[in-house]
Design a protein around this ligand. Structure first.
Ligand SMILES: O=P(O)(O)OC[C@H]1O[C@H](OP(=O)(O)OP(=O)(O)O)[C@H](O)[C@@H]1O
Ligand SMILES: O=c1cc[nH]c(=O)[nH]1
Ligand SMILES: [Mg+2]
Length: 210
């Protein structure tokens, strides 16, 4: 654990993650667990949101009370598996603006292939939280964050469910200014670039594809 990497070790997160990893877990259970876990991770990744004081009246008296300050934050889903994290985060932050980066990983080269990009306006004035459950080689997240920076974002955080040490190192090299929040730092990548022990292919498990 350091400034660049936060592993959320809360017991509820860890228990739900174990259920998600099990190969017997069904698609519908996987989706539901991801939705629940992303609400818990949202709590941690939004910790630096600025607040300001606003005058309100309770039934008892006036008071200065804290509210979120500044532009609404932008959640950016790295398609398609990112949408699993996005849904739970939107449960907690329904007024967030939402962007999408369409990327898939070429299975042979492990290089990202881009197919879509759409983000909210004024990216330079928002906290931008990019979400993707899996940080494996880091090629996809590095490319996605390159694109977000090109669109003006300067204050970016990256949220994932599982991270491989290789992906964390790659992100730290390419984007040292982007903190990573994850539920687990796993052991390593296998010869096909999958995280081990991991949970398999997040998009396939979430959407029932193969
Ligand atoms: O760190 P990397 O080595 O780049 O791998 C991680 C990427 O791979 C997965 O997406 P995938 O390419 O399977 O696309 P999908 O979300 O459409 O299933 C995952 O959701 C990440 O985007
Ligand atoms: O383990 C991995 C690596 C990349 N993408 C996944 O969905 N799983
Ligand atoms: Mg992807």
């Amino acid at each position: 654990m350091n400034d660049h990497l936060t592993v959320v070790d809360h017991p509820l997160v860890q228990h739900k993650l174990t259920l998600m990893r099990r190969k017997e877990t069904s698609t519908s259970e996987f989706r539901q667990l991801l939705r629940e876990i992303s609400q818990l991770l949202a709590y941690e990744v939004t910790r630096p949101l600025p607040i300001e004081m606003r005058k309100i009246e309770t039934p008892m008296q006036e008071m200065d009370a804290p509210v979120l300050a500044g532009r609404k934050l932008a959640l950016v889903s790295i398609l398609r598996a990112g949408n699993g994290l996005l849904d739970g985060m939107l449960d907690l932050i329904p007024s967030a603006r939402v962007g999408f980066v369409g990327l898939y990983r070429d299975e042979e080269t492990l290089e990202p292939v881009e197919y879509y990009f759409k983000v909210p306006s004024e990216m330079d004035k928002r906290l931008v939280i990019a979400v993707d459950p899996m940080l494996a080689t880091g090629n996809s997240s590095v490319a996605a964050i390159d694109m977000l920076k090109k669109a003006g974002a300067t204050n970016i955080r990256f949220l994932c469910l599982l991270a491989a040490p290789e992906g964390v190192a790659r992100m730290k090299e390419a984007h040292p200014d982007v903190p990573i929040v994850t539920a687990s730092l796993d052991d390593c990548l296998n010869e096909k670039g999958y995280i081990v022990p991991g949970l398999g292919d997040a998009g396939d498990r979430m959407f029932g594809t193969k």
